[in-house]
Ligand binder design. Structure first.
Ligand code: CA
Ligand code: CA
Ligand code: CA
Length: 748
C-alpha cells in the first residue's frame, strides 16, 4: 500500500484541480491577516528600532558586475538531464559533440534575470566565448547563435532593429545609416520584441549586434573570419566601450574601434536570452553549438589562449557534450595531440569519478591544474584561491526511499544521519566514518516524514513524525503520531521517550527562547482532506519532564517550520502548502511577543514546502521553496519561482530580493565555505520526470545568487550540509529511489 500522505497527494492533485476553479483565499480571511500585520508591525516597529539599519537604494539602476562566467548553453541544457529539450539534438562532428536546434523551442530561452540577477544594466566590459561549427546552409541566411531580446511590446517602435543584410567593406562598422533613414526596415510594428544584443551569422560573416545610443541597433561585421568552412571553431569576442575584438581559434585578433564609445547604459530589464535563435523560426541557427559562455567584466581571451587545441579551446562546455568517444578524432591524424588533450580537460567544473581517474583538469580561470584520483581532484598546481568543486563521495543504499535526512553530532561517538524512510520496515540511523555513512541503529517508524534533533543540557534527543500505516494496517489514527527518542549513553542507542499526537506531520522544529526548550510541529493534514488545522508549539516542562502543548497556530497544509533569531527578536515561519482548495496560500512569519507568537507578516506562496533563513554579514534573508502552482483546471505548473526575501530593517518587512526558477522545490540548504556563501535547492519534479538537477548557487554580492553547479538527483527530497575533520559535505536523499548520495565540497 501507499503511504497515507504520499497516496493522498495523488488524490489531492485531482481534488485541487476540481475545486480550484471555485475560489481562491476568501476576502475576510485576507483582511483578517492584514489586520494582524498592521498591529504587529506597529509593535515591531519599536522592537526593531534598535537593530542595525540596512542602506537600501532601490531607485537607481544597478549594473551587473563581479559576475562569474555564465555558461549559457549549460544553463538551458542542464535544466533537465533526463532528456534533451524538444527541438534540441546532440550531434557529433569529427568526434566532437555539439547541439543542433531544429526549432526555436522556448526551453532554449530564459529571462536574463535568472543569470544576471538583481541588476538592470549590462556589464560595460564583457566577452563571449563560442565553439561552433557552421553549416553551409547558413551561408545565405541570417542565423542567430544567441540573442538577448527586449520584452515584448505592442506599441509601434518605428526606427530601430531590422534585417541589416548589406555588408560594405571588409570590416563594416556602424551600419546605422539604414536605421536612421529607415528605408527598408520600417516594417516593425514591433510585437515580438527587439534584439538588444546578439551574435549572428549571415553570408559567411559574423555579426555582433548591440542596441546603442538612442535605441538604434548597431551592428559590426567581421568579414575576414572565415568561419563557414564546416570545421569547428572557437571564437572569443571581447567587447569594451572602445573596442570589439574577435579572436578565432586563438589566432591574431580582428579589431573594430567604434567611432564613438559603446553605450554604458544598456538596460536589460525584462529581457530574455534565446540560445540558437532570436525566439522565432526566422533566424534559427542551423549549425552545431558546443560552447557558449558569457564572461561579464573581463576579456576572457587570456583564460583560453594559447591552447593546445585552439579550434576546441574550452572555458566551459556542458557536461553532456564532454564525453568524447575514444574513437573518432584519431581519424584526424592527431593521435598524440589527441591523447594529450584527452588527458587534460579544460573548463570550469568537472566531477571527478572513477571514469575520469588519471585525468588532469586545467581550470583556466583559476589557472589551477588538478588530477582525478577516482573520487576527488588532487591539486597539482594552483594560482588562485577561490575555486570550488563538488565530487561524489558516497552512494548510500538505503532500505527504502527517504523523505528527510537530519545530520547531527553525538558527543563521543561522531556524526550521525537520521533518515526518514518511507517503508513500513522502519527508519535508520547512520554513523559517519571516513568511508561514509554506515548503518548504526534501526528504529521502528511508520512511513516517517521528518526527523529533528535537539538537546537539553547535555542530553540529546531526536523526534520523528510517522504518517502511515502500521504493520497490521491499523487505522491511521494509531500510527499518525510522532515519537521523541532520547540518547542513552549507557546503551549507545536512542530509546523511546515520549509520544505526541500529530497529523501527517511534515516537519519538526526545535528552538530555545529564554533558556526554555520548544518544539513546533507542522501538521499537514487531518483525516482525508482537512488541511486547515492547527499546528502546535510544545514547551518542555521541567517538573513533569515532558513536552506539553503551549500554543496552537492555524496552518494550511503546513510543510515546514523555520525558527530564527535576529538580535533579541525571535521569529517562527510556517510554510503553508495547501488550504483544501489551492496551493496559492499565505505563509506566515510570526514574531515572539510577550510569551507567544504573533503574526508579523504574511507572504503569498505556492505550495510552500520549506523556508530557510540565512545571514550574510548583517543582512538577513529568508528563502522559500515553492512546490507548484495551479492555473484553473489546467495542469500544475512545477517550474515556478522560489523567492529570496531580505529583512528590510527600515520597513520592518521581508521584501523580495531575488526570484529563482525551481522545479517542484522541496528544500533549500544554505552553507558557507571560507568566505563564500552558497544555496542548494532540491528540485524534485519538472512535471514529467523525477530525474533532474538540483542546483548549487553562489552568492555574488550585490547581485544575489547565480547557479554554479548542477547536481544530478532523482526525486530529491532533502539536502543537508555538514562538515567533518575540516572537510565539507552535502548529502541528498531521494523520495523516489532507495539511495542517498554524499558529495564532497572543495574550496581553495
Ligand atoms: Ca532535513
Ligand atoms: Ca526549513
Ligand atoms: Ca535540508
Amino acid at each position: 500500500m501507499h503511504a497515507v500522505c504520499a497516496y493522498r497527494e495523488g488524490r489531492e492533485a485531482k481534488h485541487w484541480r476540481l475545486e480550484d476553479k471555485c475560489s481562491g483565499p476568501t476576502g475576510p480571511r485576507s483582511s483578517y491577516a492584514g489586520f494582524f500585520v498592521m498591529t504587529s508591525l506597529i509593535f515591531v516597529h519599536f522592537l526593531l528600532l534598535g537593530l542595525r539599519v540596512i542602506d537600501t537604494t532601490a531607485d537607481t539602476w544597478r549594473r551587473c558586475t563581479d559576475l562569474l562566467p555564465l555558461d549559457l548553453l549549460s544553463f538551458v541544457l542542464e535544466r533537465d538531464t533526463s532528456k534533451l529539450a524538444p527541438g534540441v539534438h546532440m550531434k557529433q562532428a569529427g568526434g566532437v559533440r555539439g547541439v543542433h536546434f531544429s526549432n526555436p523551442h522556448t526551453s532554449m530561452s530564459f529571462p536574463s534575470s535568472q543569470l544576471l540577477v538583481n541588476c538592470d544594466l549590462f556589464p560595460e566590459l564583457f566577452s563571449i566565448v563560442v565553439t561552433l561549427k557552421v553549416t553551409s546552409s547558413a551561408l545565405k541566411r541570417n542565423e542567430y547563435i544567441f540573442s538577448l531580446m527586449e520584452p515584448k511590446k505592442v506599441e509601434n517602435k518605428g526606427v530601430g532593429e531590422e534585417e541589416e543584410e548589406n555588408n560594405k567593406g571588409d570590416i563594416l562598422e556602424r551600419n546605422k545609416e539604414r536605421g536612421v533613414s529607415g528605408e527598408r526596415q520600417v516594417k516593425s510594428n514591433v510585437q515580438r520584441g527587439r534584439v538588444i544584443l546578439g551574435l549572428r551569422f549571415s553570408r559567411k560573416r559574423l555579426h555582433f549586434l548591440l542596441r546603442g545610443h538612442g535605441g538604434v541597433l548597431d551592428h559590426w561585421v567581421f568579414r575576414g573570419a572565415r568561419l563557414a568552412d564546416n570545421q569547428w571553431h572557437t571564437l572569443v569576442l571581447s567587447i569594451g566601450s572602445h573596442h570589439i575584438r574577435l579572436i578565432v581559434d586563438c589566432g591574431s585578433p580582428l579589431e573594430i574601434v567604434p567611432s564613438r564609445p559603446l553605450p554604458s547604459d544598456l538596460n536589460i530589464k525584462g529581457s530574455r536570452f534565446h540560445i540558437g535563435s532570436r525566439g522565432r523560426w526566422k533566424g534559427l541557427y542551423s549549425g552545431l553549438l558546443r560552447q557558449l559562455v558569457l564572461v561579464p567584466g573581463l576579456d576572457a581571451t587570456h583564460h583560453i589562449c594559447p591552447s593546445s587545441d585552439p579550434q576546441l579551446a574550452v572555458l566551459s562546455v556542458p557536461p553532456l557534450l564532454l564525453d568524447l568517444p575514444v574513437t573518432g578524432r584519431e581519424a584526424d591524424g592527431h593521435v598524440s595531440s589527441y591523447v594529450t588533450e584527452e588527458r587534460v580537460s579544460v573548463g570550469l567544473e568537472r566531477t571527478c569519478s572513477e571514469l575520469l581517474q588519471g585525468q588532469m583538469w586545467f581550470n583556466p580561470l583559476s589557472k589551477g591544474l588538478y588530477l582525478c584520483d577516482g573520487t576527488m581532484w588532487i591539486t597539482v598546481l594552483e594560482d588562485h584561491k577561490r575555486l570550488d568543486y563538488v565530487s561524489e563521495h558516497q552512494v548510500l543504499s538505503t532500505s527504502s526511499e527517504t523523505h528527510d535526512v537530519e545530520v547531527f553530532q553525538v558527543q563521543g561517538l561522531g556524526m550521525m544521519a537520521a533518515m526518514a524512510h518511507r517503508s513500513a520496515s522502519g527508519s535508520a540511523l547512520y554513523l559517519w566514518s571516513d568511508a561514509g555513512f554506515q548503518l548504526y541503529q534501526n528504529i521502528s517508524t511508520y512511513e516517517a516524514l521528518a526527523w529533528r534533533h535537539f538537546s537539553m543540557g547535555k542530553k540529546l534527543y531526536l523526534v520523528v513524525s510517522n504518517s502511515g500505516e502500521g504493520p497490521d494496517k491499523r487505522k491511521e489514527s494509531e500510527t499518525d503520531f510522532s515519537v521523541i527518542y532520547k540518547w542513552s549513553k549507557k546503551r549507545k542507542q536512542f530509546v523511546r521517550f515520549q509520544t505526541l499526537r500529530t497529523h501527517c506531520a511534515r516537519d519538526w522544529e526545535a528552538f530555545k527562547i529564554n533558556r526554555q526548550t520548544y518544539l513546533a510541529v507542522a501538521n499537514h493534514r487531518q483525516g482525508d482532506n482537512n488541511h486547515t488545522i492547527d499546528s502546535v508549539i510544545y514547551k518542555w516542562n521541567r517538573l513533569t519532564k515532558a513536552f506539553e502543548v503551549y500554543q496552537m497556530l492555524p496552518t494550511s497544509g503546513a510543510y515546514d517550520w523555520e525558527f530564527f533569531t535576529v538580535g533579541p527578536y525571535h521569529f517562527l515561519v510556517v510554510a503553508n502548502a495547501f488550504d483544501g482548495v489551492t496551493t496559492s496560500v499565505d505563509s506566515v512569519i510570526y514574531v515572539w511577543v510577550n510569551g507567544s507568537f504573533q503574526v508579523f507578516q504574511t507572504i503569498k506562496t505556492f505550495c510552500a514546502t520549506d523556508w530557510e533563513m540565512f545571514q550574510i554579514g548583517s543582512r538577513v534573508f529568508l528563502v522559500v521553496a515553492n512546490g507548484h502552482r495551479l492555473h484553473g483546471n489546467g495542469p500544475s505548473q512545477y517550474a515556478i519561482n522560489s523567492t529570496i526575501y531580505e529583512l528590510d530593517m527600515n520597513g520592518q518587512l521581508f521584501v523580495r530580493f531575488q526570484d529563482i526558477v525551481t522545479y517542484s522545490a522541496v528544500d533549500w540548504e544554505f552553507f558557507s565555505l571560507g568566505e563564500e556563501y552558497f544555496l542548494v535547492v532540491a528540485n524534485s519534479f519538472n512535471g514529467e520526470s523525477y530525474s533532474l538537477n538540483s542546483v548549487l548557487y553562489r552568492w555574488q554580492g550585490y547581485e544575489g545568487f547565480v547557479p554554479v553547479h548542477w547536481l544530478p538527483t532523482i526525486g530529491c527530497s532533502d539536502w543537508e550540509f555538514f562538515s567533518s575533520k575540516g572537510e565539507s559535505y552535502l548529502i541528498y536523499s531521494s523520495a523516489k529511489a532507495p539511495l542517498s548520495k554524499v558529495f564532497k565540497l572543495k574550496i581553495y
